[in-house]
Design a protein around this ligand. Structure first.
Ligand code: FEO
Ligand code: CA
Ligand code: CA
Length: 655
């Protein structure tokens, strides 16, 4: 380590990428929320402070003890003892539970995969091994069994500086990346996409991958896929490699996702713009369209080696990404289908529910500052007795975007060609145009600009829908709205939608803010956790969430750190009902630099899957400080993204 450099000041490629999306425009001298937070969570305290705090983590503060008493009085629906918030090199879970590593980046998925060798990586090997940065996790039971099923996992993106030993170096306090070769790019492409792998619970109650299962499959940026729905075959999605406009190679930046009621796997394509380079030919018809999504973003070097990622050579290729992909996991040779009826934008996830009338409703957020919340209602109905009959349900239906009104009502606005402003006069010749430029169509309808919509999760038991709004530090005091009321919203909030009479297809609904996140002890933050929430129980930056077998809400986070909240990301259990509503408890926390993804419960609620994404991705600590190394990984590499399986010691339901 370079002693003259504060490790928290080192900018990694991830920091630089995030900053490029977060350019402030307010140059007044007023103290910003960042100033206030910095005073509380001194960046200088990182190694000496936080790791030391973690080491004495068993010492509970008087505040936490007081809060603990309050929790008992309010009857939280969650019966577990919180773990302690903080920052250190490993993960922590509530007492009485086990968190076992099930799969790590590089582990075998296909039977003929070679052993992981970080010093001798290849694209061929990676295409048979568990990919990088596991985000969404779903579990699809096989033969109705709770103890045997298919785990489906998204591999959202790659951190070259963490994957390839020696590629990144710190020089004078700056991260310098070495030159990318085609080989490295091809490994990155194989590390993206998804994994489908059979897992079984052994007699000892521990889950194991089944490496010789015929279901196991890796999906990558080279897997052949079909475009289906209204955009299939349209001129705007035709390329040299695919003059039919129906065949796409691969999927990328698959963030969250979903599992459908008929047991298929949904992969949401999020920041697709970042993979493209080059410049569009002057005056090209896609200029405005690509500007609205930030393409080409130039985050990766793929365009240098693969023409399809260079928009000067393949100007239509970005229109072939930004969709929801559906995979039939029971047939490992099936062609995944990009369901264009669900719109094209930076889909965070896609969670589904069967409505009372049998139609299927899918909720999906567009994760960018000031973008929107959507839902899709199928035209047809779900047939529980005939799986095949459901396989193309997602090709026909109505896509809606949300407008949140001041009186606590809201309207779901249909994105239908020919209705309202969505006509040829505004450049929409067909429904395909509306879907390719979903954002511009939603702009014209007057949708509400949100603080980065992430996971949007329906609760079938209650008719409620939970919308994670992770943060938006670019929102100014003069552009707040009632659903996004905080300027410089550094910590995000959670909106609870109540669909009218439990009808998820309803176009008029009501809403309220369940939680404004952040440290409740700092008045300027304005957090609204219930007073029963302990010092460990609050969090910032909600991202993914899950509803468990008992209809309870669990929230995982992305963006907590020593400097922002004095804690790593983790999984919190959040009460939504009764007097305890708004009470939150810390169940699990990740090692330094990681983001918490998943979470997903098996139908019985006895197993919980969690994804630890980009552990160690924080400053110099990322790849030079042994202190940030997670147990059980190769000394040659800093850390490995991993998938964890959580069970209760002695068995039984989680919490
Ligand atoms: Fe990939 Fe919106 O997080
Ligand atoms: Ca996310
Ligand atoms: Ca979810």
């Amino acid at each position: 380590m370079n002693e003259h450099v504060d490790p928290t000041e080192i900018k990694t490629p991830t920091d630089i990428r995030e900053e490029s999306e977060d350019i402030g425009r307010n140059d007044t001298p007023n103290p910003t929320m960042g100033d206030i937070i910095n005073r509380r969570y001194s960046r200088r305290g990182f190694l000496g402070g936080s790791l030391a705090v973690a080491a004495i983590g068993a010492t509970v503060s008087p505040m936490a003890l007081l809060a603990g008493k309050a929790q008992a009085a309010t009857a939280s629906a969650f019966d577990f003892t919180e773990t302690i918030a903080g920052v250190d090199e490993t993960h922590h879970i509530a007492e009485g539970y086990d968190a076992d590593i099930l799969l790590r980046w590089g582990d075998k998925v296909l039977p003929d995969a070679p052993d992981f060798d970080p010093m001798n990586q290849s694209a061929d090997a990676q295409a048979k091994q568990f990919g990088y940065n596991n985000d969404y996790v779903g579990f699809i039971p096989l033969d109705g069994s709770e103890d045997r099923g298919l785990l489906v996992v998204n591999h959202e993106y790659t951190n070259g500086e963490l994957m390839f030993p020696g590629l990144a170096r710190v020089v004078d306090g700056k991260v310098e990346m070495g030159d990318y070769t085609r080989e490295l790019v091809d490994i990155e492409m194989a590390a993206h996409g998804g994994t489908i792998i059979e897992i079984r619970k052994g007699e000892n109650g521990k889950w194991q991958p089944v490496l010789d299962s015929p279901h196991n499959r890796r999906i990558t940026v080279n897997t052949e896929m079909a475009l289906s729905g209204p955009v299939a075959g349209h001129d705007r999605v035709k390329t040299n490699a695919d003059p039919s406009g129906t065949k796409v190679f691969g999927t990328l930046n698959n963030c969250a996702g979903g599992v459908t009621p008929w047991g298929t796997y949904l992969m949401a394509e999020e920041n697709f713009h970042g993979y493209f380079g080059g410049e569009l030919p002057a005056g090209h018809r896609e200029e405005e369209n690509y500007k609205r999504v930030g393409a080409p973003g130039g985050w990766y070097n793929w365009a240098s080696f693969h023409d399809r990622f260079d928009v000067s050579k393949e100007p239509n290729e970005p229109n072939r990404f930004g969709w929801i992909v559906e995979v039939d996991v029971l047939d490992p040779n099936s062609t995944p289908r990009k369901r264009t009826a669900l719109g094209r934008f930076k889909h965070e996830g896609c969670e589904t529910v069967v409505n009372g009338d049998g139609r299927v409703v899918c909720y999906t957020g567009d994760d960018e500052r000031f973008d929107y919340v959507y839902k899709f209602v199928t035209a047809g109905t779900f047939d529980e007795a005939d799986r095949t009959a459901n396989m193309n349900l997602l090709d026909e239906g109505t896509l809606y975007v949300a407008r949140f009104d001041e009186d606590g009502t809201m309207e779901w606005l249909p994105l239908v060609h020919g209705e309202g402003p969505l006509t040829a006069e505004n450049g929409f010749e067909s429904q395909a145009d509306v879907l390719i430029e979903t954002r511009r169509a939603a702009d014209l309808l007057g949708a509400t600009k949100m603080d980065r919509p992430e996971d949007v999760q329906p609760n079938a038991a209650t008719g409620k829908v939970y919308c994670m709004l992770t943060n938006n530090t670019r929102r100014k005091a003069d552009d707040v709205n009632v659903a996004n009321p905080r300027p410089e919203n550094a910590f995000g909030h959670i909106i609870e939608i109540t669909e009218t009479d439990g009808d998820f297809a309803s176009t008029k609904s009501t809403w309220e803010i369940l939680l404004k996140c952040g440290d409740p002890s700092i008045a300027e933050v304005g957090a609204t956790f219930s007073p029963a929430t302990s010092e460990n129980g609050w969090f910032g930056m909600p991202d993914n969430c899950a509803i468990d077998a008992d209809g309870r809400l669990w929230v995982s986070t992305d963006g907590n750190s020593q400097s922002k909240t004095g804690r790593t990301d983790g999984l919190w259990a959040v009460d939504t009902e009764g007097e305890a509503r708004g009470t939150s408890k810390l169940f699990f926390r990740v090692p330094v630099g990681a983001e918490m993804c998943g979470p997903y419960f098996t139908p019985s609620g006895e197993t919980l899957f969690l994804a630890v994404q980009h552990p160690g991705d924080e400053g110099l600590a990322t790849f030079e400080s042994p202190a940030t190394r997670w147990p059980d990984f190769d000394e040659k590499l800093p850390v490995r993204p991993s998938l964890l399986v959580v069970t209760k010691q002695g068995g039984g339901k989680i919490a």
